[in-house]
Design a protein around this ligand. Structure first.
Ligand SMILES: [Zn+2]
Length: 248
């Protein structure tokens, strides 16, 4: 057995993964937008899962107030005001020699989104603002790239998966940008739960498991341990993915 065979042996015991699924993970590029409370657990679990290439996108440096939830960033990174993408790249490289990490220290906007997300097999939304989320959503719909979304606030979280033109997109789901209290209160482990769900959905998209959050909205309140899932319908008048759009 090779080192990689041993490393992923428990994965390959799963009939949904096997050697073929592990090869698919190894040959994939996943872009993680936002390397904070959601993005750090996503990056760790996808690295551990054997995703071959991970692109990290975040413009910020590590601050002390990040550390209750952004578990790849440590005290030493605050001391040196290390960019989050560099902090995460260092830790992921120590977790696994198999992963190739690319770093993009930029905020996503309309002008750079194509360049930043180009070539991704899956895009993971770990952002903390809806403006950037909608830019990423539009690019994913237009390029036909699957998008995994999650958001957290307080004890609560939500997640969904967008398969362009097959399921509702974020603009079908979110009609009005929610007003968000800033700084956003978050129990760190709530971001961890939602980040793990995003990592699981990303793996499923890569290995071809159909069951999951595509076209569904998962919501949870982890104070009361309430979890629920709703179907999300495509809005035919959606300005991004709907049949009623007129912009192209
Ligand atoms: Zn839509």
């Amino acid at each position: 057995m090779t080192t990689a065979d041993v490393r992923y042996a428990r994965h390959m015991l799963l009939p949904e993964i096997g050697e073929k699924g592990q090869d698919l993970l190894r040959s994939s590029l996943v872009t993680i937008c936002g390397v904070g409370g959601l993005g750090t657990p996503v990056a760790q679990y996808l690295t551990a899962a054997g995703v071959g290439r991970i692109r990290l996108v975040d413009p910020d440096v590590v601050e002390r107030s990040n550390l209750n939830r952004q578990i790849l960033h440590w005290d030493e990174d605050c001391d040196s005001s290390r960019p989050k993408v560099e902090s995460a790249e260092m830790k992921l490289g120590r977790m696994s020699r198999e992963v190739k990490v690319q770093t993009v220290r930029r905020a996503i906007d309309d002008d750079n989104v194509s360049e930043i997300l180009d070539g991704s097999n899956v895009v993971v939304d770990c952002l903390d603002n809806y403006e950037a989320r909608f830019i990423v959503n539009r690019w994913c719909v237009e390029s036909g790239t699957p998008l995994v979304h999650a958001a957290v606030e307080g004890w609560k979280g939500q997640a969904t998966v967008v398969i362009p033109h097959m399921t509702a997109c974020l603009a079908c789901l979110i009609k009005k940008v929610p007003t968000v209290e800033r700084p956003i209160p978050v129990l760190g482990a709530v971001a961890g739960v939602l980040g793990c769900i995003e990592a699981i959905e990303t793996v499923k998209l890569i290995i071809g498991v159909k069951e999951g959050l595509a076209g569904k909205l998962f919501v949870t309140d982890l104070k009361d341990i309430v979890l629920d899932t709703f179907d999300v319908e495509i809005d035919p008048d959606c300005p991004v993915c709907g049949l009623g759009k007129t912009d192209h």
